[in-house]
Design a protein around this ligand. Structure first.
Ligand code: FEO
Ligand code: CA
Ligand code: CA
Ligand code: CA
Length: 645
């Protein structure tokens, strides 16, 4: 990854490290759309509107009952009329009982390790008591993906170079601001608040002891000086999206783990080709390698192989040791959303978020045992990892990453299943997987069994590298692909099957302006979106999409959009929430009753030229001297009721 211009925001930019070229026929995508008459391009919209004026009215045929917001960019956020948002917890707020109050001018690693971390992404709500369906009391579990050094500390200036100026103590603060928070929260008199001395409150950081399990555990390439067993590791990094399991544990996805490491070995060491495939380069994005040997490739060449996994832990046990599940593959994990297949096996859908990377799923070897927690404890250690190949006839092949099968043999440098997993990307290349436009959330719709892949964007895709599921060159706005497993819609969905079919649900961007957009023809000037990232489904199977990368230059902020997935309002998005400037919106999560939606507002103020001393916004506090603070918000309907109805 080359250093970006100093004026660029710190958001990690995925330039792609997959050289695979797969050219396919033009026009395939058109056929994939045309199977659904409701989805039309901007060019055809006028003609179709004339043919069906009833569907082109201002409110359209959406089943959603809120009046959408207007696109806008500002220092403050906004939510649809009739709804209200409140901040539940902010970066620096106390999590552990002994945590000191937040003092941004005098931060210490010890304080940060007890306070809410930075850049909240995945969030989830685990009801209390365990096993209940409570919607007013539970555990909020939140990922802290990365740190914006320039917005965290005074005096370092704007841009990426601020990160290199961090002192040893500031680097330690940043490491403590990574990981996750588990916070007991309760709703009383309509207000959500953390339980200050919650017994289950927990901080997980870059230093929390963890276990490595599954086929790659103990492999030579996972061993370090600190851990000659290759089974113990400190911390989790770049936890982006995530998910949960049917047995009530958290799955947290380690995404851009490459950016923390640096050293000359990136280009000269024995693993240089492997590093290159994962975007590990000589220069770290952070100052950490200067202060800690394990981030220095020249001293610990295997440490990066211990990040980039899915990590599982029990949020209801504050002493539980998180486990890195190597069977789920080694890549820039975004999301890990489960479905229970018709035969009871558990299927985890996952994306590898970088340009031209792949969509994966993991299928457990054994079925989920609802009444036997011990049987589920290590269910994710045994099973089959698959990668997706999208064919131009609308079918999809899930190809197994199994040692000894197909090209995954010693002749190609894979001596064992452990090596297939450590080099997941290279194994998937050899299988001919379909390079995608940056897969973010990949999530099954519980109402229908269809699986939705958010493909956030890929401006590097050229016309020579188009494929049927990624049909737009210079794809600045992304799209959403729908994967349809056998049995979808029947109540017995075979998520474990090795085949499926697929459709394109929408092509993002502004209709009439951006080439190749595709939505429901009644999509309004406010309903179009850019850069889909996370998603969630409400009780009615409607898709709620958050965005990361909306065109600020066009006056558009990131936000939360909702759309029907079936019926007359299919693929007709409506804008529900607008973020403050610089922020992406993450982790949409409903309470079981559907009356609260939690959102993670990540990196407010991450704009060119923005810094701690001169931020582009001071959301959410708007107090002089207080920097912008990534925060989790709760949105409810004034007077109560289901969100969106
Ligand atoms: Fe951290 Fe793929 O977004
Ligand atoms: Ca994301
Ligand atoms: Ca999600
Ligand atoms: Ca993103």
């Amino acid at each position: 990854m080359p250093p970006l211009d100093d004026a660029e925001p710190l958001e990690i930019e995925d330039i792609g490290s997959n050289p695979t070229r797969r050219e396919t026929l033009a026009g395939i995508a058109e056929r994939r759309f045309s199977r659904r008459g409701m989805l039309v391009g901007a060019g055809a919209a006028a003609a179709l509107a004339a043919a069906g004026p009833a569907l082109a009215e201002a409110e359209g045929p959406s089943s959603l009952g809120f009046r959408e917001l207007s696109h806008r960019l500002g220092q403050r956020d906004a939510v649809a009329e009739g709804y209200e948002s409140q901040v539940v917890i902010r970066w620096g707020d106390p999590v552990l009982a002994d945590a000191p109050p937040f003092d941004p001018a005098a931060q210490t690693a010890a304080a940060q390790a007890q306070q809410f971390g930075y850049n909240n992404d995945y969030l989830d709500f685990f009801p209390l008591p365990r096993g209940s369906a409570s919607s007013d009391h539970g555990l909020l579990v939140v990922n802290h993906e990365y740190t914006n050094t320039n917005l965290i500390f005074p005096g370092l200036g704007a841009g990426r170079s601020a990160a290199q100026k961090a002192s040893a103590e500031q680097s330690a603060v940043e490491q403590a601001a990574h990981g996750l928070s588990v916070v007991e929260i309760r709703r009383q008199d309509g207000r959500w608040a953390p339980v200050r001395d919650g017994r289950l409150n927990r901080r997980i950081t870059a230093a929390t002891p963890m276990r490595i399990s599954g086929p790659a555990a103990g492999h030579e390439r996972l061993k370090t000086n600190a851990d000659p067993t290759g089974t113990r590791v400190l911390g989790t990094l770049n936890n982006c999206s995530g998910g949960n399991t049917p047995w009530g544990t958290v799955l947290t996805a380690e995404e851009n783990f490459n950016v923390y490491f640096g050293g000359a070995a990136a280009t000269s060491g024995a693993q240089r080709d492997h590093y290159k495939r994962y975007g590990i380069i000589a220069e770290s994005n952070y100052a950490w390698p200067r202060y800690e040997d394990r981030f220095n490739l020249d001293k610990e060449p295997n440490e990066p192989n211990r990040f980039g996994w899915v990590v599982e832990f029990d949020p209801y046990d504050p002493d539980s040791v998180p486990v890195k599940r190597t069977a789920l593959g080694h890549f820039k994990h975004e999301a890990c959303n489960h479905a229970i297949s018709a035969d009871g096996r558990v299927v985890i859908y996952m994306g590898d978020d970088e340009r031209f990377e792949y969509i994966y799923k993991f299928v457990t070897a054994r079925p989920f045992a609802p009444n036997d927690p011990a049987a589920n404890r290590d269910l994710l250690d045994e099973g089959t990892l698959y990668v997706a190949r999208f064919a131009d006839d609308g079918t999809l092949q899930w190809m197994p990453l199994v040692h000894g099968e197909g090209p995954l043999t010693a002749a190609n440098g894979f001596a064992s299943q452990a090596e297939v997993l450590i080099e997941t990307r290279r194994a998937a290349d050899l299988l001919g997987a379909t390079p995608m436009d940056r897969p973010e959330d990949v999530e099954p719709n519980p109402a229908t069994g269809r699986v939705y892949a958010m493909l956030t964007n890929n401006i590097s895709r050229t016309t020579q590298r188009l494929n049927p599921a990624n049909p737009r060159a210079a794809n600045a706005h992304g799209h959403v692909v729908e994967i349809i497993p056998p049995g979808a819609g029947t109540g017995r969905v075979d998520h474990a099957a090795t085949t499926a079919t697929w459709e394109i649900f929408l092509m993002a961007g502004k209709p009439g302006l951006d080439p190749g957009t595709r939505y429901h023809r009644a999509t309004s000037d406010q309903g179009w979106l850019s850069c889909p990232d996370n998603c969630a489904f409400d009780k009615h199977g409607r898709l709620w999409i958050t965005t990361d990368g909306a065109p600020a230059a066009a006056g558009v902020a990131d936000g939360l959009y909702a759309a029907d997935t079936r019926g007359y309002g299919r693929a007709l998005p409506r804008l529900f929430y607008q973020a403050p400037t610089g922020a992406e919106v993450c982790g949409p999560c409903f309470t079981p009753d559907g009356e609260t939606i939690f959102l993670a507002i990540q990196h407010p103020g991450e704009d060119p030229g923005s810094s701690y001393d001169r931020p582009s916004t001071r959301w959410p506090d708007f107090q002089e001297g207080m920097p912008p603070r990534p925060s989790v918000i709760a949105t409810t309907r004034k007077g109560g009721g289901e969100i969106g109805s």
